[in-house]
Unconditional design. Structure first.
Length: 278
């Protein structure tokens, strides 16, 4: 990777098979919000799209549905193992127009002009998000779209009603890990100024968040699997012990606590920003 883009080792959630499964779960969880966002940004059939930080391929496959076989999606990631999963999923879907390549997305983007450059939960891991946006914009055709979504991981980003102790502890563990890693916990809100710092027009923005509860909500497993991926960070910095977290029972305990309170949980805000660049 170039100095402007994060290296594979800097990704704080790890490169395990379990993390790949979590990414796929996350893709399903966030799919309706990303689909709505990309539609609002202007993605349409026939476009040539660059998907940055494709991971297991969820955003690239969603974009592939939207642009159709008359368009194309080119996904990039630094992790060859997760790209193998993305390629298998594209093949299973019959999306021959969705392809992937390993390496520096800025370097790979120079293969041609794109109608849209997109990414979800990618800029948050860049040491200089504005520089990344500025470099990627060079591969955009006149009138093209830049559209990125990022979470806010601030203390107020997750809400339980009524407040419950285990969810409160879960969020303290999670945000504590990200703070110790020096990751921008307001990456979503900060998209606005990142676009301006990159020399781009002021973006249009929106926010979305999953709100759920009850016995069948998949948010409990999603939360537990996400914390599982950051467990090495919790242990490294002494933020929690394995016994305190008890990761294998965490989803069930979150479910039981939410049901006992008769409450609901709002997940972190997924904030999107997009521009059309002349």
């Amino acid at each position: 990777m170039s100095s402007e883009m994060v290296t594979g080792d800097a990704y704080p959630l790890g490169r395990s098979d379990a993390e790949t499964r979590r990414l796929i779960q996350q893709g399903g969880f966030q799919r309706p919000y990303t689909q709505r966002f990309l539609k609002a940004a202007g993605l349409e059939p026939g476009m040539r799209v660059l998907d940055v930080g494709s991971g297991a391929g969820d955003v690239a496959l969603l974009a592939g549905e939207m642009v159709g076989p008359d368009g194309s999606v080119f996904g990039t990631d630094v992790n060859p193992a997760v790209l193998a999963v993305a390629r298998d999923r594209a093949l299973a879907a019959g999306f021959t127009w969705v392809t992937f390549a390993e390496g520096d997305c800025v370097q790979l983007s120079r293969q041609g002009e794109f109608d849209a450059i997109i990414g979800r939960l990618v800029l948050i891991y860049q040491p200089d998000p504005a520089a990344a946006l500025r470099a990627l914009a060079q591969a955009l055709r006149p009138g093209g779209i830049i559209a990125f979504q990022e979470f806010n991981f601030a203390p107020e980003s997750i809400v339980q009603h009524p407040t419950t102790p285990l969810w409160t502890q879960f969020w303290a563990w999670f945000t504590g890990a990200f703070r110790h890693l020096g990751i921008d916990t307001y990456a979503g809100y900060n998209l606005y100024r990142r676009f301006l710092e990159a020399g781009l027009p002021a973006p249009k923005m929106e926010t979305a968040a999953e709100l759920g509860g009850g016995p069948d909500w998949n948010g409990y497993e999603y939360a537990a699997n996400t914390l599982r991926s950051v467990m090495p960070v919790l242990l490294k910095f002494g933020l929690a012990t394995a016994e305190e977290v008890d990761i294998d029972t965490l989803a069930d305990r979150l479910r039981a606590e939410t049901l006992a309170s008769g409450g609901v949980v709002k997940t972190p805000d997924l904030i999107g920003a997009w521009v059309h660049v002349d």
